[in-house]
Design a protein around this ligand. Structure first.
Ligand SMILES: CCCCCCCCCCCCC/C=C/[C@@H](O)[C@H](CO)NC(=O)CCCCCCCCCCCCCCC
Ligand SMILES: Nc1ncnc2c1ncn2[C@@H]1O[C@H](COP(=O)(O)OP(=O)(O)OP(=O)(O)O)[C@@H](O)[C@H]1O
Ligand SMILES: [Ca+2]
Length: 587
């Protein structure tokens, strides 16, 4: 294969002559008329070539083609460091080559296109794209059409675009409509939009496999379609934690080259119902209260979380609860081992073999051996009871701009476990110290009132066994307005037509039963502590307090590769004219 695809010749870039070589895996070019010591080689992995076009072509901000018959243009991924995050930004690199003849030009373009097909098999050809026009700063449409669509076109990807008109439209489409011919689904929006796609795809896959989602003991079938996220939301935690940067162009490029990152998913159950799936946060106490409070201030946009966080912090609450958990194998990894799950993570790769032991190609999504995986129920349950500031479960680090290392900095994206963080009731200033440590590299777990456990499942219940009649109202409301026969319970919707009704229920609930969220300031003055909080599940309020959570290893795959370590970049030089760092050679 390698020999078949090999092509070597002299090519010109501007007025400089280069020796260019294409092997199966790399396209390299080296200045020809320089002394050996001064020669620099640019090496682009074939897997990172975005497209090849005849002529002299430019793409962003607008496409322009100078149709010459001895030239061709190669587009590829170019990395630069991000000023604000640990990950690397991906930009579109472009080099225009000139050949001595048209025949040689055609040879180069044909060889490059064949190499792409052979060595980049997961590249999507057809994508289903959902744009939430109201997510984050309401720029979803603009971001897609100006930054993403031109790249998809360059890469020869055809996309069917749906601008959503209501909440849950994307989820319902994925559950019911014909998905034949699509390689992946892209959401343009925030974590809420991702969550819709997650629910739609997981639900559809289980329906087609004839599996019952409501039963926490069932081994779910991984989804065959990849998910791409173009960040255009308020927190964009899933994008940040899987790509390392919030940047639509970087995300579009990951999609184009067909990167594949498996992701653990937590299913949340109440009694015999599936309540929801989560990838980033199932949080009770502080994070639940912040979300409930923030729903009243949606008009503030992304700032609503900081405002609500401050209000809830000042209300100084803790909640009683019983937490039971099933620890993961401590020999495999630990949430306190100070490692980070980066691109190519060993812990996650080894987990693939453990999770899908009978698959010859351990990464294959199409194996029929998933049911073999199930040692989830092994081990001894541990039970703790007391008052907590917050109880959080996260399947991944949940890093985001507010917390660059995340809720659990050493959590893994695809190891089949989640991290349970227990913050016991403590002095308000100690709790502030815990929160503040999320914004720096200081260890938020190195505090006497904080525990973290790597787990496979968690159960939460209230000490006196009080069932939540408070939530019956929400259940009834869902049945009345949802009118669907879905087996999982719709949560309180954040947007669209359900929003007003849902909010009034949340407020009724909190006023009547918890005396929590609505009258926070009253709570402050009167020092009334509510009995129960609410669960925040990836930004949605759950209608139940007593829940059971199970982590499903690598249930979905994203067009991503995990966070790239900036230190792995080699020989980076400054391009002063463009005022950007540019990587000349990279691994
Ligand atoms: C003193 C500074 C403390 C800063 C503490 C920062 C901790 C940040 C931890 C972020 C964890 C994000 C987990 C991701 C959750 C997503 O699935 C979900 C959907 O997008 N987002 C939220 O629920 C949105 C949740 C947003 C939570 C924001 C909490 C902000 C707290 C601010 C507290 C200020 C206290 C000031 C006291 C004077
Ligand atoms: N057309 C629409 N009208 C109203 N709501 C919508 C529409 N399309 C999607 N939604 C809902 O909007 C909610 C929020 O959207 P999204 O996640 O994109 O942005 P965000 O809340 O600003 O960001 P984040 O979730 O990252 O905090 C989602 O839960 C989704 O269900
Ligand atoms: Ca995990």
């Amino acid at each position: 294969m390698e020999t078949d695809l090999r092509l070597e010749s002299s090519l010109w870039i501007g007025n400089k002559r280069y020796r260019a070589v294409l092997t199966g895996w790399h396209l390299k070019w080296t200045e020809a008329d320089k002394k050996n010591g001064d020669k620099k080689t640019v090496s682009v992995p074939v897997a990172e070539v975005v497209g090849v076009e005849n002529g002299r072509v430019e793409i962003l901000p607008q496409k322009s083609v100078e149709d010459t018959d001895k030239d061709f243009t190669v587009f590829y991924i170019k990395r630069s460091r991000s000023r604000s995050t640990y990950g690397l930004l991906w930009n579109l690199g472009r080099t225009q080559f000139s050949c001595p003849s048209r025949v040689l030009r055609d040879q180069w373009t044909n060889h490059l296109r064949t190499a792409l097909k052979t060595h980049s098999p997961l590249r999507p050809h057809r994508l289903l794209v959902f744009i939430n026009p109201f997510g984050g700063k309401k720029k979803g449409r603009e971001i897609y059409h100006s930054l993403v669509a031109p790249l998809f076109e360059l890469a020869g990807i055809s996309s069917h675009v749906i601008v959503t008109e209501r909440a849950n439209q994307a989820r319902d489409h994925l559950l019911k409509k014909d998905l034949t011919g699509f390689d992946g689904v892209v959401c343009v929006g925030g974590d809420g939009m991702f969550s819709e796609v997650l629910h739609g795809l997981i639900g559809r896959t289980q329906q087609e496999a004839g599996l019952c989602e409501t039963d926490p003991a069932v081994t779910l079938q991984p989804c065959p379609l990849h998910i791409g996220i173009i960040p255009a939301g308020s927190t964009d935690c899933v994008c940040y934690a899987t790509v390392g940067v919030i940047d639509p162009v970087s995300s579009a490029l990951h999609i184009i080259i067909g990167d594949s990152q498996p992701l653990d998913v937590c299913s949340v159950h109440h009694a015999s119902t599936l309540v929801r799936y989560s990838v980033s946060l199932v949080g009770y106490g502080f994070y639940g209260d912040v979300l409930a409070e923030s729903e009243k201030h949606r008009w503030m946009g992304p700032l609503r979380y900081d405002y609500s966080g401050t209000v809830v912090y000042l209300s100084n609450r803790s909640y009683a609860g019983i937490v039971q958990y099933l620890p993961a194998d401590p020999l495999l990894s630990s949430p306190k081992d100070k490692t980070r799950c980066l691109s190519g993570c060993n812990v996650c790769s080894r987990s693939t073999e453990r999770l899908f032991p009978h698959t010859s190609d351990s990464g294959s999504l199409y194996s029929s051996h998933f049911s073999q995986y199930s040692n989830d129920s092994e081990g001894e349950w541990v039970s703790v009871e007391g008052r907590f500031r917050c109880v959080s479960i996260t399947c991944m680090s949940s890093s985001c701009a507010r917390s660059p290392l995340g809720l659990s900095p050493s959590a893994h994206l695809a190891d089949g476990t989640g991290d349970l963080i227990l913050v016991w009731d403590t002095h308000p200033l100690s709790f502030l110290k815990f929160l503040y440590r999320h914004t720096s590299t200081q260890d938020q777990f190195d505090l006497p009132f904080v525990e973290v456990h790597r787990v496979k499942a968690v159960r939460f219940s209230l000490p006196d066994g009080r069932e939540e009649e408070v939530h019956e109202g929400i259940g009834e409301l869902n049945r009345a307005i949802g009118g669907e026969e879905r087996e999982y319970v719709d949560t309180v919707s954040r947007n669209g037509s359900q929003q007003q009704l849902a909010q009034s229920v949340v407020e009724r609930e909190t006023m009547n039963e918890h005396k929590t969220v609505a009258p926070i300031l009253c709570g402050l003055c009167c020092k009334k502590t509510p009995a129960v909080s609410v669960w925040n599940c990836d930004g949605e309020i759950l209608p139940f307090t007593e829940i059971f959570c199970r982590i499903h290893g690598q249930l979905v795959r994203l067009y991503a590769r995990g966070i790239e370590d900036g230190a792995a970049m080699q020989n980076c030089s400054q391009e002063s004219d463009k005022n950007k760092s540019r990587c000349i050679t990279y691994k």
